[in-house]
Design a protein around this ligand. Structure first.
Ligand code: ZN
Ligand code: ZN
Ligand code: FE
Length: 759
């Protein structure tokens, strides 16, 4: 007696070779029926003897395709019908959904092998791919994922490719990016005046140019890279100069894991991350014998490394030196993905352009990650991760969150899932803001997203806040920045209903009292978090200018610590800016353009400038990173700090005792590395102290550690270890960034909970 099953499968099941696998497994079990990409996942009907049906379901569950992630598998019996074969049905689109398309995946091992196999018909083919690898999100125009809805649609498969595509046993069966030398996209090489460079093999020419120290713009998966040889200091400095980029480190691409181990320390977890299909940039500790030029990341002990993730990369990198591969853009603009735009904007940056004729539909920067205490921490969640959804373990209304100002992302929240956009950049940049609007529209369309509310940052002046307010969505919900950091971290741990103590430390965020927050301690349950403590307010002389110029914060703290006498101190930072001190004094004393801040980031800036490490930030966090890089004494004794409670019982943290002690240490000639160690240890100590006090008062034993400050390896690992030793359960960001890149998720879930009346 035959039976018939209907299966509905949710998760990452489109664009990952799911239907072909189903087809093959059904055939192996001698079943009839069909499989189809539905808008909400994959649908299957199978018919046959019960034992074969159950065998089929079991194999599907236990051996899904490499890139697939089954989140839900619903199976029910339906009436038997007349059926004689198993088919892959044309996809149907059925309205609102989270797309279940996969992210872009790095060239798999099987394809890489073929790429370098002279006997293979795809040997050296830059666009080699299969059901397990290749472009996905960046080429998609609509869902369900089919070739006609990708930018592959203009490339008609040749008979040989067509045969693979239609053969159920082939690893390119129903591979939507399938192509070859005869039918795929083509590479072309141009000079910076857009004149075609006629060469037999464009890749070979690019390899030669790079070896000569030239800068080449290379069209990749999610946009252009600017490439040059990373061991060539002159080329790297030249790229830095042409790109208008301060000291911000560049990422490098290294041929293999083996070669990476020659220049950096790589543990197993890091190797796994590097070689995984998401293929992010991984921050690794440089070895002393590292031959990559220090120009790649001046003063930085870490190197951002990624492995080749497309055929083009593999061919360029084969037996080559490590290459800088940085986003193709000028300064902080959004990454460039279109050929015309690249030629127009990068003509003065790149010497040559390696382009191709496949359109990039969605720009997507490289992701950035690191491993801390054995755990992955994403610092930028983008290519390879977007559009994977984040499971939240509870239901929400449909909410759009437009994010904040820096390192922005957008969040689409619906049901029990959140989808975070790729990295969009800093919204005060016109190009990045355009990218934000474009992504909002594209993803909104792809998802047929109809939110009931839009969440935005409380800051009235942010571009995204203004944008949200002008949207045709009935409810607008402003969310406080640091509360959203806490909520976002809890959301990724499916722990939103927990009562917690939240440490939310970063550079800048608009506070509920109109001041600039950034050293915030909360107690309670989302969305009703109480501000239970914060760093004492200090003026930021010059406002925004004080963020760019850490020496201003050093002056602000010194003035608070020593009063008018501070100018008599014998400190290099005061000597250097002597002429500007009267003006700074005036700003602070007359309260002109000197907003008060409780920012942790500004405190790090002040200390970094005070001990003579960094008085100008050429990129966000530079002063703090420099300060961490010099730590030479990791078990240093912490400095004193003050802790008092105001009338509301809110703890105020006073760092003036620490500032005074640092000045004393400086006058005794103590090394910067030791002072920095003592200062970092102070922050750790303070956090544990305040958490212990708040836990004593409330009985809460769960702690959230979030915000950009906790990208610091030292703070993150030391604090986490100590809190765990003190019996606390610690939530820290892993699959969402602790910096503002994870903010939109926090905004969305907070707004969702407010809508649900969880006040
Ligand atoms: Zn492959
Ligand atoms: Zn072909
Ligand atoms: Fe923040």
């Amino acid at each position: 007696m035959d039976k018939r099953y209907y299966l509905h499968i949710n998760g990452v099941v489109q664009g990952v070779g799911f239907r072909p696998s189903v087809f093959r497994i059904a055939h192996e079990h001698g079943l009839v029926g069909w499989v189809s990409n539905g808008a909400g996942g994959v649908e299957i009907e199978v018919q046959g003897p019960i034992s074969d049906l159950d065998g089929f379901v079991q194999v599907l569950k236990e051996n899904p395709p490499t890139l697939a992630q089954i989140e839900e598998l619903e199976c029910k019996e339906i009436p038997v019908i007349k059926d004689s074969s198993f088919r892959i049905k044309v996809s149907e689109d059925k309205g609102e959904h989270h797309p279940v398309i996969g992210p872009d995946a790095a060239t798999c091992a099987a394809c890489t092998k073929e790429l370098f196999d002279s006997a293979n018909r795809r040997c050296g083919h830059p666009f080699i791919s299969c059901v397990d690898c290749g472009a996905r999100y960046t080429i998609i125009e609509g869902v369900p994922y089919d070739r006609e809805k990708t930018s592959m649609k203009v490339f008609n498969q040749c008979p040989a490719c067509e045969k693979e595509y239609t053969s159920s046993g082939d690893r390119r069966f129903h591979s939507q990016t399938n192509c070859c030398w005869d039918c795929g996209p083509k590479l072309e090489l141009y000079d910076n005046k857009r004149r075609l460079v006629k060469v037999g093999d464009p890749i070979e020419a690019v390899r030669e140019f790079l070896a000569q120290g030239k800068i080449v713009a290379v069209k990749g998966l999610g946009g252009f890279h600017l490439a040059c040889e990373a061991t060539n200091g002159e080329a790297v400095s030249e790229l830095r100069r042409r790109k208008g980029r301060g000291n911000k480190p560049f990422a490098v691409m290294v041929e293999s894991i083996k070669k990476t181990k020659q220049i950096c320390q790589v543990n197993d977890r890091e190797a796994e991350l590097l070689e995984g299909s998401a293929s992010p940039i991984v921050l690794l500790r440089r070895k002393t014998e590292c031959k990559v030029s220090s120009e790649v990341g001046p003063g930085n002990n870490y190197l951002g490394v990624m492995l080749p993730y497309t055929g083009v990369h593999h061919l360029i990198m084969a037996e080559s030196e490590p290459m800088v591969m940085t986003s193709g853009n000028i300064a902080d603009e959004a990454i460039i993905a279109q050929n015309d735009e690249a030629f127009a904007k990068l003509a003065n940056v790149a010497d040559y352009f390696l382009v191709h004729d496949r359109e990039i539909r969605y720009r997507c920067d490289d992701s950035v990650a690191k491993v801390l205490g054995g755990e992955v921490q994403l610092l930028r969640r983008s290519r390879g991760y977007t559009p994977l959804v984040i499971e939240l373990g509870r239901d929400f209304p449909s909410v759009l969150a437009v994010g904040t100002q820096m390192k922005n992302t957008i969040c689409f929240l619906k049901g029990n899932k959140a989808l975070l956009s790729q990295h969009l950049g800093d919204m005060d940049n016109a190009g990045a803001y355009e990218f934000f609007q474009e992504t909002l529209e594209h993803l909104g369309e792809l998802l047929s997203f109809k939110p009931v509310a839009v969440a935005h940052d409380m800051h009235p002046g942010y571009e995204t806040s203004g944008f949200a307010k002008a949207m045709n969505i009935p409810k607008k919900i402003p969310i406080q920045h640091h509360e959203a950091h806490v909520a976002g971290c809890l959301a990724q741990h499916k722990a939103l209903d927990e009562e917690v103590i939240g440490l939310s430390f970063d550079g800048t965020g608009f506070g509920r009292d109109g001041r600039i927050w950034g050293g915030e301690i909360f107690v309670g349950r989302v969305p009703k978090l109480k501000r239970a403590g914060h760093f004492d307010y200090v003026p930021m002389p010059g406002g925004e200018q004080a963020i760019k110029e850490p020496w201003r914060m050093a002056v602000s703290y010194l003035k608070k610590a020593f009063g008018a006498d501070y100018r008599k101190l014998d400190l290099p930072v005061l000597e250097k800016f002597r002429q500007q001190l009267p003006a700074i004094d005036k700003l602070i004393e007359r309260k002109i353009n000197s907003p008060l801040t409780s920012s942790c980031g500004r405190l790090f800036d002040a200390v970094s400038a005070l001990i003579g490490l960094c008085d100008l930030n050429t990129f966000e966090g530079e002063a703090a990173i420099t300060l961490e890089m010099v730590i030479s004494e990791s078990k240093a004794k912490p400095y004193q700090y003050g802790l008092r409670q105001n009338e509301q019982g809110c703890y105020l943290v006073d760092f003036i005792p620490a500032i005074k002690a640092i000045v004393a240490d400086l006058s005794e000639g103590l090394a910067a590395g030791i002072i920095s160690g003592k200062f970092h240890q102070t922050i750790v100590e303070l956090c544990v102290d305040i958490v212990n006090r708040l836990s004593g008062e409330t009985g809460i034993k769960k702690v959230v550690v979030t915000g950009g400050v906790f990208q610091s390896n030292f703070l993150h690992t030391k604090l986490k270890r100590l809190l765990v030793q003190n019996g606390f359960e610690v939530y820290a960001n892993t699959i969402t960034p602790p910096n503002d890149g994870g903010m939109s998720l926090g905004q969305a879930v907070m707004a969702g909970m407010i809508l649900q009346g969880k006040k």
